[in-house]
Design a protein around this ligand. Structure first.
Ligand SMILES: [Zn+2]
Length: 274
């Protein structure tokens, strides 16, 4: 259907920055051997001296957030962890997180990990904290960048699309992914809208009716996949919030009444008497 080579993936500036095709095709054993050669004393890549199966067994015990942090410590280690053969490790550690959506075709496992567990705004604005996850658009932003402002990452497509060409207007709106968040439900990605408009105009210029129909069908299939991911992501966020609230509730200090009853004079006297 679509994957890393599809238009949505290749045109997206937020798509996982994969290694070059040559590196990507190298079997993990080769990348591993190369990493071992480069290892210097005191370098975090010392772990590459371990046998590969032992190294994998250690990685399986990590939380995805820790695996992501580990991949950013050393170039050689990163080359190993970002190798396609290492996808099994990412997939396995991601599966340990309850309610987390399965990795969709339009994201690589490291990209999904970064999307869910990083905390910066993905447009690299002045505010480093981005805590608004737009799952359907697979982008994490700060509140300002989520708002419909000039230059922000999201926009209100109704206000951008020319209404003069009614067919183009209706078609683009029907295939454009929108945020699943209620506060931003009419917002779409600025870059996605630009790509869809450019592709439509290119097809319109050629006037290939069958090609246009096939393109619309493909985009609708992509939209359904984005929306399914958005639904699962919103549910994960809700469950994670509930679990966090329960955890904080448990950590709350005991009520004063309970503490007072334990330190009552009678019990204290009984304790001294014994
Ligand atoms: Zn921002």
């Amino acid at each position: 259907m679509f994957g890393p080579n599809s238009s949505a993936a290749t045109h997206s500036p937020f798509f996982f920055a994969a290694p070059s095709p040559q590196t990507y095709m190298v079997p993990v054993a080769h990348a591993w051997a190369r990493a071992r050669i480069r290892t210097q004393p005191g370098n975090p890549a010392f772990v590459t001296r371990l046998p590969l199966n032992v190294f994998y067994d250690i990685l399986y015990l990590l939380h995805p957030r820790d695996l992501l942090a580990l991949s950013r410590t050393d170039k050689a280690l990163r080359a190993v962890l970002m190798n396609r053969s290492c996808a099994v490790v990412w997939t396995r550690v991601l599966s340990t997180v309850q309610f987390l959506p399965k990795c969709p075709e339009f994201l690589s496992p490291p990209a999904l990990t970064s999307f869910v567990f990083d905390a910066f705004c993905e447009v690299h604005c002045d505010k480093p904290i981005g805590k608004v996850w737009h799952w359907t658009l697979h982008i994490r932003l700060c509140t300002d960048c989520s708002k419909d402002k000039a230059g922000s990452a999201l926009l209100w497509p109704e206000g951008e699309l020319a209404r003069s060409d009614r067919k183009r207007h209706a078609c683009i709106l029907s295939i454009l992914p929108k945020s699943e968040r209620k506060a931003y439900s009419n917002r779409s990605r600025r870059d996605t809208l630009a790509i869809l408009c450019a592709e439509w105009d290119a097809l319109d210029h050629i006037w290939d009716l069958s090609g246009k129909k096939a393109w619309i069908a493909r985009k609708k299939a992509e939209l359904r996949a984005f929306q399914a991911f958005g639904k699962e992501g919103a549910e994960y966020e809700r469950q994670a919030r509930t679990a966090r609230s329960a955890e904080l509730h448990q950590k709350k200090p005991r009520p004063r009444a309970e503490a007072t009853s334990k330190a009552s004079p009678r019990e204290f006297a009984a304790g001294v008497g014994n």
